[in-house]
Unconditional design. Sequence first.
Lengths: 331, 295
Amino acid sequence: MNQSVNSADIHKAIVEQQALQDRRKMMLNGALLLLLLAAPFVLYPVFLMKILCFALFAVAFNLLFGFTGLLSFGHAAFLATGSYTTGFLLSNYSGLTTEVGILAGTLASTLLGMAFALLSIRRQGIYFAMVTLALAQLVFFFFVQSEFTGGEDGMHGIPRGELFGLINLEDNLNMYYFVLAVFIGCYLLVQRVVSSPYGQVLKSIKQNEARAVSLGYNVDRYKVLAFVISAALAGLAGSMKSVVFQLASLNDAHWHMSGEVILMTLVGGMGTLLGPVVGATFVVNVEYQLSQGPLRDWVDPILGGIFVLTVLAFRSGIVGEVQKFVKKNLG
Amino acid sequence: MTMIFGVPLAVLSGQLLIGIINGAFYALLSLGLAVIFGLLKIINFAHGAMYMLGAMVTVLMFDTLGISYWVALFLAPLVVGTFGVLIEYFLLRRIAGQDHIYSLLLTFGAALIIQGVLVNIFGVSGLRYAMPDMFKGGMNLGFMFLPYYRAWVIVAALLVCFGTWFVIEKTKLGAYLRAGTEDSQLMQGFGINVPLLISLTYGFGVALAAFAGVLAAPIYSVTPVMGSSILIVVFAVVVIGGMGSIGGAIITGILMGVIEGLTKTFYPPASSAVIFLVMVLVLMFRPSGLFGKEA
């Protein structure tokens, strides 16, 4: 008799299912962590750090684009503000420890993010994209004309210094573990933000802004906060990048960079947590491999081609497609 | 010598002229963007690349086939416009039902491809295009020297802008276009071939950009990257003017060119940034743009 299937049993089954899923997730995360910890002994640490910096940049961008539905075409401005501020401080004030320089860079781009957000938040969709692009161009002009950035030459020889005045970051392994720790911290932060009630409101804004308004949410305030968090993390990525490479240049501020982070997010899978990380790894690798081979002059058109293909054929990106596949075949 | 605010009149009027000419280009380009936006509701990120293609095609047609400036003035927009129709038909149409952000990203990718391929073939240094003979020289207006070609650019740009405005606002074809913007399904119900209309509109908007490219060929250096920097300025112009009206796009374009020219005269370091600063002001005090209708 099927009366024996009572609600308590069903409940138990659901809980067990949940526990199984959680265990799987834990194991997967643990394996990933071990992999990241062991990676610098196999691969070149500076290359790994490059991936981590861009992954953080893309994770930051995805919070805004993937989860809130706002396409910023000006995120290069935050990356560059972070990297120039940190570079300037560490180069000119030898008393500063590295983490102070990085925090200052993050703070600078947070403030810039606030200014951008207040100016652009009332516009939607493609207007928003155009406004952020134009604002970022203004920032680009500022960096081109300012003395302290070194203009076209950029800023070279930024000292890595010592973390908390204790740990020597000139050592690539130390530097790597520091970057990894910051990256994981930020990743968990974004995960926390997205799954919080606040994150749910962001998702609802993305799906149907009018409804979110009618439910009484002050949509603009939610969007501004998302923008500012995103800008802060993008700035942090730039700050770390300038310390890792000991270099800050106009490349970081160029609109090309804003396009690249969109590509990373899109290819990896927008609106998923892991997507931007996968996308950044993919794009950085593609660029590196191409620059080594006979196609080194064709990086731009090939990236453009990947852009077009992604938009036409697999809009949910690598992670999104894998998720779909898993759902379909593994129940 | 006559001085105005400490600047010689000849210098001031010279910069004003350059400003009006730049403004004419901004007007043509933002007009094309507005036309495409009107029916397709997308921002054509490949617009700068199309402007560049117009100029490149003009130079290449002259170098290889000896096709003259006057023929190029019609042929180059036709070639580039056809290319645009193909892009619409094979790429944009496939994602027509999706979020408009995707079509923006698609045109961005297309622009990267077009520009990247041409950079590889021609490099980033400029190609030269000889000024047509009949435009050599200029006339002395007493207070300034006006090169014939610059006068022609202004006249031609204004004529095309006015013609486009007239067609869209005053003719039956324009009425179809505007109706298609309002409700494309109903239009289809009336037996209008809306997909064709969309293809042609994209082609026409792109052809406007290419026309600007032809006009630019004799006076600006023609390079594969000439489109990308001007495009961002034109975006700012569009934000300032608002997407509400065709006329607004034209007026704002010329106005911004003039403001840029004046800034170059009185405070040169800010000249490349001034349009973006105006945009910031407009966003603060009139967020829907000077001529915009949407809130």
